[in-house]
Design a binder for this molecule. Sequence first.
Ligand code: ADP
Ligand code: MG
Length: 697
Amino acid sequence: MSTVTEIFGTMVFNDSVMRARLPKEVFRQVQRSMKDGKRLDSSAATVVANAMKDWAIEKGATHFTHWFQPMTGITAEKHDSFLSPVEDGRVIMEFSGKELIQGEPDASSFPSGGLRATFEARGYTAWDPTSYAFIKDNTLCIPTAFCSYGGQALDKKTPLLRSMEAINRQGMRILKLFGNENVTSIRTTVGPEQEYFLIDRNMYEKRKDLIYTGRTLFGAKPPKGQELDDHYFGTLKQRVQAFMKELDEELWKLGVMAKTEHNEVAPGQHELAPVFTTTNIAADHNQLTMELMQKIAKKYDMVCLLHEKPFAGVNGSGKHNNWSISTNTGVNLLEPGDTPAENAQFLLFLCAVIQAVDDYQDMLRLCVASAGNDHRLGANEAPPAIVSMFIGSELESILSAIERDEPYGGTEKELIKVGVHVLPKFPRDTTDRNRTSPFAFTGNKFEFRMLGSSQSISGPNVVLNTVVAESLRQYADILEQAEDFELALHDLIRRVIREHKRIIFNGNGYDDSWVKEAESRGLLNLKSTPDCVPYYLAEKNIALFVRHKVYSETEIRARYEIKLDNYCKVLHIEASTMLDMVWKDILPAASAYSKSLVDTALSKKALNENIDRSFEEENAAKLSTLTATAVIKARALEDALLEIKNFSDSLEQAKFYRDTVFSAMNELRIVIDEMETHTAASYWPYPSYGELLFSVK
Ligand code: ADP
Ligand code: MG
């Protein structure tokens, strides 16, 4: 096997490849355009395109594609061949600068939330030179943004790049005030930890619910679930090990620094964490990771489930978004420093995040809302739906001492004047790391833990970048005007702590008492997607995104529509799949089994008239009752689906799905799951939970 260093980045058109293959001047131009986002001029683009093509062909590529991220949350590509015919019937391999810079996929097949109607039908893709081109499946993939000709973002990358620009703008104002002469830009960094399930492919293919919806819609509790906690950090099964090895290698080739892999709490559940990188690259990489997981699993006769809740009663899957801000000089701005000035700066950035999370709890909750994630957030599973923040008891005591102008410290208690005193050392990565907090400070970064496993990380990072940019903007406005900088800084930090400390909660987020406590603090508790979505249109949120040029109002409205539409569609597909399973497979199976029970009961009676009530008779009676109930519940679900046409407003429709359709689904499931426990395995049409969860040997 080749070593990591040998294969790392071999399929990436990165700086070292560019340095080797591009003329110095063009290389410099590309570097500049990566830094400031300016377009390459067309002659330089032609040179880059040619170099890319030659490199790609040497690596076996035959096609190229603009790789983009429409609002479906997954990636899209339209392959074109490098082949170009010449006069005498021969072909040459071509790739022009124009083809590199801009593409025109058919925008009509992607969700636009009405943007297309308002603007232009066509959309175009534009090269994002800040994320390297790479080769996948013999295709040169060029990361691109996807916009309408009216300039409206039709994708997830465009707003992400805009939000990075926004936090750069505001953060630089702050850094100037602290006299950081060498810093010319800041960027946010992300390391997303990805959870997923692996199950056997044969089992998967026998379950319509997994095939159509990515989760099981029925399934009685297995005799053994995750109660023994014996899967977590347990030894890896051979097939899983082989899968992870290949996954690692393929990711390394693409320049993704996959680092740690281990089992998760639930049987069949695993996690992959990469080393963090610049946010938009991390977003690209996470998409690639999810894609490769699914592809490589198939090679090992497994299926990778990325759904947030594939199995009821077993932990679901999430994604932990580790987020920080760093300067182009390599300083992590969320790392406490050693000097008073560094510490003051750290405290201000910390405050910016605290205020942002408090002011925009709604947006943070909203950006992770989906039908799939609703099964986790607010549904008795990690983490709770209430957005709060953990900063550790040590840091909290420091903040509270600053707020109250009280001395802090061990034996030699000291008054901490921001900007004058060095912060007392507090343990980085403290052992009291709180696992239940949706948003935790972990020493030099924040970990936003509410993301769903299948979700693109772009949306949540758009929100994070923008809300923190807003705090920084407000601080810069104040501090730039201040006569006495240090005094103004001290007062500002104290005020922010006082006004926003309600968002800080270091206790157990699963406690019922926290729900009450959070309510008394005035924190939001948005339980489901339809509860969250209206916050898109809250005046303060529209103003925020428009002010920082991250979304236009039209773009926000489009996202509002898309989120609701997606929610309704997912529930509709789930409900329809349930009905299909019930009518076509489950009830016929139950009836066949009942018949065999009745037949046996009759023959037993024939043999021995005195037999009282046989097991068969009893069970057939039980099944007959359950079947009757199942039919009633299934009809109720059908009726609910018929009622949907009465709602024209998408929010009303989504609420109806949640309140009526979803509860009808749950009622149907209860009966069917009970039927499963009374039916012989040989008759039940689907693999059981036990078979699915422990299917990978
Ligand atoms: P843990 O103890 O939770 O495993 P790690 O330090 O291993 O903590 O980090 C977990 C994730 O956080 C990794 O993906 C890592 O790359 C990422 N991470 C670490 N530092 C940063 C940072 N400054 N910015 C963004 N992500 C980071
Ligand atoms: Mg984590």
